[in-house]
Design a protein around this ligand. Structure first.
Ligand SMILES: [Zn+2]
Length: 341
């Protein structure tokens, strides 16, 4: 008989849950997703590519497989003239996730995201529309047996509320995260307040994902940690956002914006992501991960910084074996030691 799997809550009680995201950006780099629409047609066109990346993230220590249903709602699917495949794509994404998760005894998360449909001037009408979009996706996730549902990259508090309500109505645990383009939601609620309200309304985990990199997400997380009582999520992009450009959309090279196609020179190192994971844990954050720009080597470094041994740790750096660098203590070796401490 298969071993009974623990749910998200049991994992959170035991320690930090590591969650690899960033599928859309990584699969775009690999040639399977169109930058612009970012609709994950890859799920139906090249399911093997999704399964492969999922496996890589799992080998590198992700405790969760996030089903690739980000931007796979009917509205987004219709933008690439694929709305009739919405159900098929959502279900296939969850099947891929479950198949890989079963091999590694990992959790499976359903995934919904910002819809771009909320309109505060037409609140009632847009709420109804979003409810319909979310209900459809969450009902498929429930049907196929996910462990919980993530609602992510949210900008409006109002939309986050709808997402939570829908996830709860299907009896599933909810992880709700905002994409912080400023310190407030688009509808003017300070992010720590928005997180607190969602937590009080029954979200299991609240927090931030996307937009901000490891260098700029921490101050906001500290505020959220202070304000909320429960579990907090922190999934930065793996880009070097900075004091001047606090989120990846603002990053510039030679005074020109580089988002989203010219971000490569700003990719964070594995050490930076590992340090972020350690700091987050110290701050009392129980749900840590990567978003856009994140790759398997980031995930492994973060896992090891959190004290986990991953299947891919067999191939973690050992520069003492390098024919040239092995002879002297390089900066890399020092850093490797630092994050393993
Ligand atoms: Zn992201």
């Amino acid at each position: 008989m298969a071993k009974q799997k623990n749910g998200l809550l049991e994992h959170l009680r035991k320690g930090v849950v590591l969650c690899a995201e960033g599928y859309v950006f990584e699969l775009e780099r690999r040639g399977y997703v169109t930058a612009g629409s970012y609709v994950p047609q890859v799920v139906l066109e090249h399911p093997d590519a999704v399964a492969e990346l999922t496996k890589e993230f799992l080998l590198c220590g992700s405790d969760v497989v996030v089903a690739l249903t980000y931007y796979a709602d009917k509205k987004k699917m219709s933008s690439v003239k694929q709305s009739s495949s919405t159900e098929k794509l959502n279900k296939e994404a969850i099947r891929i996730a479950k198949k890989q998760a079963d091999v590694f005894n990992a959790l499976v998360a359903g995934n919904i995201s910002n819809t771009w449909a909320y309109n505060s001037e037409k609140a009632e009408e847009s709420t109804k529309k979003i409810k319909g979009i979310y209900s459809e996706q969450v009902s498929w996730a429930k049907q196929l047996g996910v462990d919980y549902v993530i609602a992510e990259t949210l900008g409006y508090y109002a939309e986050a509320k709808i997402a939570l309500e829908v996830i709860k109505s299907y009896g599933l645990p909810a992880v709700i995260t905002f994409s912080a383009l400023s310190n407030k939601t688009f509808d003017g609620v300070p992010l720590e307040e928005a997180c607190k309200k969602l937590e009080e309304d029954g979200a299991l985990v609240v927090g931030l994902n996307c937009a901000k990199g490891p260098m700029t997400m921490m101050p906001l997380l500290k505020k959220i940690r202070k304000t909320c009582k429960g579990y907090i999520a922190a999934l930065p992009v793996a880009y070097r956002t900075n004091k001047t450009h606090q989120n990846m959309l603002g990053l510039e090279e030679k005074k020109k914006k580089v988002f989203p196609l010219g971000l490569d020179p700003f990719v964070a190192t594995r050490f930076e992501m590992a340090r972020f994971a350690k700091k987050a844990k110290k701050l009392g954050i129980n749900y840590v991960g990567v978003c856009c720009g994140g790759a398997p080597h980031h995930v492994r470094a973060m896992a090891e910084a959190l004290g986990k041994k991953t299947l891919a740790s067999k191939h973690s750096p050992d520069l003492s074996k390098h024919p040239v660098l092995g002879k002297k203590k390089t900066n890399d070796q020092k850093l490797t030691k630092l994050w393993k401490k």
